[in-house]
Design a protein around this ligand. Structure first.
Ligand SMILES: *Cc1c(COP(=O)(O)O)cnc(C)c1O
Length: 406
């Protein structure tokens, strides 16, 4: 591993952390670390310490911290035009839309600024289509237990977690939860009033839970039968992370609408709604919009990201590295009885424990590895897709040492 050689900006770390406590809303239990630089899959903190990253800023920096193509694309855009509004054609936006459509099931794209916004727009799209074709009664949206779709009011209505929902009611009407991977339960709730079924092909925040092939097949059949939208939220599992460009490609089943965000801009905020057939033509001027969405800087970055992913077959790399990574996690499962399960695909992997994950995440951080825990008991590994087997080995070795002392 190469070491960072750049001169680091000098900052008063303690003062910065104190100011953060005083001036920022307390929405995250932040670690007392300030990262100031990065390269490949390594983050460098203000003291010059280097950390190997298995979080990618929550599945965002899939190409790592020093991809030249993405940097160059952004530099060019900063030096020419950053923003004009969607009253005009935007070159990188058009090209990004074309690239995504040519490499997916979709016919058309809409760009916004975040994942929640993409899901919000996808629900609006599905409802407007149902309304146009059948009337206002067809408005129900079915989401899955333990799913996560975002933090806005509508996306909270399709996010199954009391922690996120509590105290924000009354929640909007017409949203229903059904158990994930339960075919019979889905059959019972879907009907003439359903406008959309939304699911993550691999649930991320919910603990890395891949969808069952049979469930996905039935969801496709039922949504077609009732002529409502099947929406795949690939905000976390998409963009190569699962080992294919889009996770649903493992199953050979296509949605009507798909949402993307996170890794699409490798850190530049951007979200996308992709749709096919008559779903692609639902929005007309005035029906939906955004000021920032799809602007030059965001789409120039995302265009470079998609090109890199395709040119270098990053999904293939993720598949290969992920297979090795998973085999190493499975070894730990054999060695330690408190490891209940290892699951996931490509480089979205989860390890379910019988003990709480948070202290392990903290101990790993002190050993200079950034890992993460979701759902209290599931260690989640979502590294940059360029992570090396050496980096994986050293993380696994440290995890093994911590596990031994449990
Ligand atoms: C992160 C995430 C979102 C929300 O994205 P934001 O950009 O934080 O609004 C939605 N769905 C899934 C599956 C996610 O992982």
């Amino acid at each position: 591993m190469k070491k960072n050689t750049k001169e680091l900006k000098k900052i008063n770390t303690e003062q910065l952390i104190e100011d953060g406590e005083n001036y920022l809303m307390n929405t995250y239990g932040r670690n007392p670390i300030v990262f100031v630089d990065g390269y490949d899959s390594t983050l460098v903190d203000s003291k010059g310490d280097e950390y190997i990253d298995f979080l990618s800023g929550i599945a965002v920096t899939s190409l790592g911290y020093s991809n030249e193509k993405v940097k160059e694309a952004m530099k060019y855009q900063v030096n020419t035009l950053v923003h004009t509004s969607n009253y005009f054609y935007i070159e990188p936006q058009v090209e990004l839309g074309k690239l995504l459509c040519e490499n997916s099931f979709a016919d058309k794209a809409f760009f916004g600024n975040s994942g929640a916004e993409a899901n919000e727009g996808a629900v609006k799209l599905a409802r407007r289509r149902a309304y146009n074709k059948y009337g206002a009664h067809k408005h129900e949206v079915i989401a899955m237990k333990s799913c996560f779709h975002g933090r806005t009011l509508a996306t909270l209505s399709i996010t199954d977690s009391e922690v996120y929902r509590k105290g924000y009611g009354p929640h909007p009407m017409g949203f229903i939860f059904t158990p994930f991977n339960d075919v019979e339960a889905l059959r019972k709730v879907i009907g003439e009033n359903t406008a959309a079924v939304i699911l993550e092909p691999i649930q991320g925040e919910g603990g890395v839970n891949p969808v069952d092939a049979e469930f996905l097949k039935v969801a496709r059949e039922l949504t077609s039968e009732y002529d409502c939208a099947l929406i795949f939220d690939e905000i976390q599992c998409g963009m190569g992370r699962s080992g294919k460009l889009f996770a649903h490609q493992h199953y050979g089943i296509e949605p009507d609408i798909m949402t993307l965000a996170k890794a699409l801009g490798n850190g530049v905020p951007i979200g996308a709604i992709l749709a096919k057939g008559d779903f692609a033509d639902v929005f007309t001027p005035g029906a939906h919009g955004t000021t920032f969405g799809g602007n030059q800087i965001a789409t120039a970055a995302a265009r470079a990201v998609v090109k890199e992913m395709l040119d270098r077959d990053i999904p293939g790399l993720a598949a290969e590295t992920g297979e090795y990574f998973k085999s190493q996690l499975l070894k730990l499962k054999d060695e330690f009885s408190f490891v209940k399960d290892v699951r996931g695909m490509g480089l979205i992997l989860g390890m379910e424990l019988e003990i709480k994950g948070a202290p392990i995440v903290k101990e790993m951080l002190s050993r200079k590895f950034v890992i993460n825990c979701t759902h209290d008991y599931v260690l989640r590994f979502i590294p940059p897709l360029i992570i090396t087997s050496e980096e994986i080995d050293s993380m696994i070795e440290n995890l093994r040492e911590i596990f031994k002392s449990q």
